[in-house]
Design a protein around this ligand. Structure first.
Ligand code: 5GP
Length: 191
């Protein structure tokens, strides 16, 4: 993309299991101006996850080394693992004119809103806590203890939803994707 206009930074937060990954995959298919930032994490890959595509899977030593080098836009510990957004990759994509989505949890989200007050912030909500629990179980990627931990984290995270400019409920995938595309296009044209 050759556009000189800097792209929009978009923060997308939502509890584990809310379907953010599916929403973002759909957004990437439907709008070529969108790019997803690939985070670094110390979590082990789930089955089917590819290094460099879903995450950059790194050791705690490698992660802490990049913290010392000031290489993260933000980072946080979530359920015993580090997750962070590499600075350079995001800046390069924004300079190329792409609208860059950060799919990150609340602690990192709050850090980034402080640093970039004009970030477009979206919180994705489940239709209910029961539906969230069902989705986490159906995914089958976490053990019971981790499911409980993630549900507990989800309750806490939802308490911050009003800090985000937009709240989108993911009841119907297509409706949620269309809503986010409308929000993005409105914000970009008002820039
Ligand atoms: P998961 O282990 O399910 O892939 O991710 C756990 C949580 O970490 C999710 O809420 C996800 O959005 C968040 N996350 C993923 N990448 C980052 C990141 O770079 N920074 C922060 N702060 N959170 C992230």
């Amino acid at each position: 993309m050759n556009s000189k206009k800097r792209g929009k930074l978009v923060l997308c937060t939502g509890s584990s299991g809310v379907g953010k990954g599916t929403i973002i995959a759909e957004l990437l298919k439907r709008d070529p101006s969108i790019r997803l930032s690939v985070s670094n994490t110390t979590r082990a890959p789930r089955e089917g996850e590819i290094d460099g595509v879903h995450y950059n899977f790194v050791t705690r030593e490698q992660f802490e080394d990049l913290i010392r080098k000031d290489g993260f836009l933000e980072y946080a510990e979530y359920c015993d693992n580090y997750y962070g957004t590499p600075k350079k990759q995001v800046n390069d994509m924004l300079n190329e004119g792409y609208n860059v989505f950060l799919e990150i949890e609340v602690k990192g989200g709050l850090q980034i809103m402080e640093k970039y007050p004009d970030i477009l912030s979206i919180f994705v909500l489940p239709p209910s806590m029961e539906s969230l629990e069902r989705r986490l179980r159906r995914r089958g990627t976490e053990k019971e203890e981790m499911i409980q931990k993630r549900l507990c984290e989800a309750e806490k995270e939802i308490g911050y939803k009003d800090r985000y400019k937009y709240n989108v409920v993911n009841g119907d995938l297509d409706a949620a994707v269309n809503e986010i595309l409308d929000i993005l296009h409105n914000e970009v044209s008002n820039k």
